[in-house]
Design a binder for this molecule. Structure first.
Ligand code: SF4
Length: 367
């Protein structure tokens, strides 16, 4: 064989082998293609930074926490409202923090209109306060409001805070069935201390009257509550025995609070500085009464922003700066616009136990 032919033979052979191999590899690639696609597509959708084609967009993330809180704070729900419809009072408590700066009281129909607006905005509990609520029209005004809120608005809870001195049995006969809770203010079981504080009027005995009211509450099926403001004159007192005998559903114990323009400062009608006690003094009082299960303590810190307070014009009062700054009236601008300026701290309201069993139908009381 010619030498040239001999030299080209291995070259031709290797080309033929390579061609055969390429054909096999190509077929193998095509046969693996579906498997590759089925594995790679889901991976590409689930692995971050490795995307193929359009990917469905995820749900919008929630707004940052602070933004959510601000939005919530913007318009809290007026679940529980305290309507101080009058500032007038027949007592002169030295620490009073809602003083008689005006004698204004809304006409009954206007007050009802405002209450209806609050109900529409989510109100479940209304508390009528003052001043002294039973001073206006000898208790008829507050009686009409109580009846309206229970009968017409069907509010789960309707209550009154009063000093108790002007309540008569005929009021219970007429309006008792519409009232869930009556809270009576009593700071001492020593009549001399009551007189010192300013809760006294002539010959009438505040403590004797308290027992009479307790009895009427039992007879007319109204839950009985006691409110006490702990101050320099009663902070040493032991009230265990008397409170247990009266057996209220709730005993609210407040630490005496200074509010500029009400009981402190140049334009105030009271000077409550001499009544103020320290946090330690307050704690000691609470400790002395720790066995009373219905005791609900309220320190200055808890009190300040955790109440929704409406004044005699139906304006929310903002106490955040240590004084009561009014919003516009809900009757002029609506509940939502007014409540934004209330300074109300809904979280503190819940933390201090502001929401409780407040309807007498749910209390299962042994009257
Ligand atoms: S009874 Fe109440 S409203 Fe009247 S002076 Fe005393 S604290 Fe003020």
């Amino acid at each position: 064989m010619h030498l040239g032919v001999l030299l080209r033979l291995p070259l031709a052979l290797s080309r033929a082998v390579l061609a055969a191999l390429r054909g096999r590899l190509g077929a193998l690639c095509w046969s693996l293609a579906p498997l590759y696609l089925s594995l790679s597509l889901p991976l590409s959708l689930s692995l971050p930074g490795w995307r193929r084609g359009p990917v469905p967009s995820p749900a919008a993330p929630p707004p940052p926490r602070r933004q959510r809180e601000q939005r919530d704070e913007a318009a809290p729900t007026p679940t529980s409202v305290n309507y101080h419809f009058t500032r007038q009072c027949n007592y002169k408590c030295g620490f009073c923090f809602h003083t008689a700066k005006t004698s204004f009281v809304l006409p009954l129909e206007e007050a009802k209109r405002g209450l209806e607006m609050l109900k529409e905005a989510g109100m479940e509990k209304i508390n009528f306060s003052g001043g002294e609520p039973f001073l206006q029209d000898r208790g008829e005004f507050v009686g009409q409001l109580v009846q309206f809120c229970k009968e017409e608005l069907k509010l789960p809870s309707v209550s009154i805070v009063s000093n108790g001195s002007l309540i008569r049995e005929r009021w219970f006969k007429k309006y008792g069935k519409y009232l869930d809770i009556l809270a009576i203010s009593c700071d001492s079981f020593n009549e001399e201390v009551n007189v010192l504080i300013g809760r006294g009027q002539g010959k009438k005995n505040h403590v004797e009257n308290l027992h009479k009211l307790r009895q009427w509450c039992r007879e007319y099926a109204v839950a009985f509550k006691i409110n006490s403001v702990i101050n320099r004159f009663n902070v040493e007192e032991d009230m265990n025995e008397q409170i247990m005998a009266l057996n209220p559903v709730r005993w609210k114990v407040f630490q005496c609070l200074l509010i500029e323009g009400e009981n402190s400062g140049d334009d105030a009608l009271r000077e409550a500085e001499k009544f103020v006690i320290s946090d330690e003094d307050f704690e000691q009082f609470l400790d002395r009464h720790k066995d009373i299960s219905c005791l609900v303590p309220e320190s200055n810190q808890k009190m300040r922003d955790s109440y929704l307070i409406l004044d005699e014009y139906m304006r929310f009062l903002n106490c955040r700066n240590g004084r009561k700054e009014p919003s516009n009236s809900i009757l002029d601008v609506g509940v939502e616009a007014a409540i934004k300026f209330s300074g109300f701290d809904e979280k503190m309201f819940l933390k201090r136990g502001g929401k409780y069993v407040w309807s007498k139908a749910d209390m299962k009381l042994d009257w």
